[in-house]
Design a protein. Sequence first.
Length: 494
Amino acid sequence: MPEPRTWQLTACSAVLGLALAAGAATAAGPWDNGQRKAERARAAAATPTGGAHHVEKRPPAGPPRKPAPAPSAAGVLRALDAPPAGLKDDLAAVLVPLLADPGLGPLRTASVVDATTGRQLYGEGATTPMTPASTIKIATSVAALSALGPDHRIPTTVVASADGRTVTLVGGGDPTLDRARLKALATATARALKDRGATGVRITYDARLYRGPARHPIGPNENIAPVSALMLDEGRLDGSRSGPAPRAADPARDTATAFAELLTKAGTKVQGTPAPGTAPKPAQGAEPGPGAEPGPGQGAEPARGAKAAALARTESAPLSDLVERTLTHSDNDLAEALARQTALARKQPASFTGAGKAVRAELTTLGLPTAGTRFADGSGLSRDNRLSAALLTGLLTRAADPDRPALRPVLTGLPVGGFSGTLQGRFDTGPATTGAGLVRAKTGTLTGVNTLAGTVVTADGRLLAFAFLAGRTPSPYTAQPALDRLSAALAPQG
């Protein structure tokens, strides 16, 4: 007899294609080796004491539960012409007692919406701006997909000076650049230099695409590196791919140093040490064309033509994949990169301030309720952020809109309760277990702040969007189970 978790996940998978009643087809690309979120388990103080500490309940020891669910799996979303969701007659009678749980603290707001119709089914202070913690990543992701499209890729390029004596590594804002891709970029650069007859070069690096302070306003923090347009492995210094880690003080310099070493190994003589510089403009028509970079980790090709100043280029995975990684694993570094890419698309400075203005402007164009919002960052680490529960459910409803298929990765990127991402260790006790495999949601955790926003499928296959925000929570170990029970109450019972 299959375990209850597996049965529930199987049931969820069976209805998911029906449930996303937004309708449209999508395939969610895998990102199984993505970063574990920065919201790892740690003791939280009863009151905010500065700094931002992401926390979550650790999953039980032992091998991971199987099967691993979406977003790694492809999903098919098709339209339904179904009657209104079959919820209990009085949703307030179910949710009000759960919202009164002392574990949620004195400040709590809620919104539950039928994602197909946009009709609000329940609201409690739904338009009141609250500190959203990492649920702000939903807004960041929607804005980036809306402004840039799901196929957008973030480049890292190498450009030669007119005399061919200097090579500049130019950051385009891709924090997912890893050593394998950097090695391929160096190899392609060495090949291009050889074709040009270069015998030795000096290396400069250009990370000027980003403006303003690089350090997050919360200060040095193991949850996020200095925000740079040029960085390797998110500035991690310990070889890890997940969780808090020591970070590079100057990610751009470290990336350029690694590039110089790889270029030397590829056969090019490098003179001196890398230094900051300004990339020269490539000659017209000298940019590596489409297909020069077949995909992340698959190598990089040199530009053709003796007069070309652009030597090589590598690109990130498509934005759709980056969004899924951001949401599934609550990737702070990637969220900040998405916010800055949105700023660039909207002709704003790629800074914390410019990104905040761009994200808000993009959401306003989608007709979302942005009154009272504040986007101090793209990751949710700042306590100065303000979002409402109504805005979060509005974002999820837009992502389910059949006329907006570009936003679909926001839904497929949400962790699955009890099984994946930041929800892997939750929905495992008491009434909350009914939501395991059925609730998909983005978590948010700061000291004294706990939030949850996502989707759930009703018994008749309708998709609901929900958002629950709590402030001044006494402990994540009481707040998180209370939030889980709230969302699980929306799922089919029994």
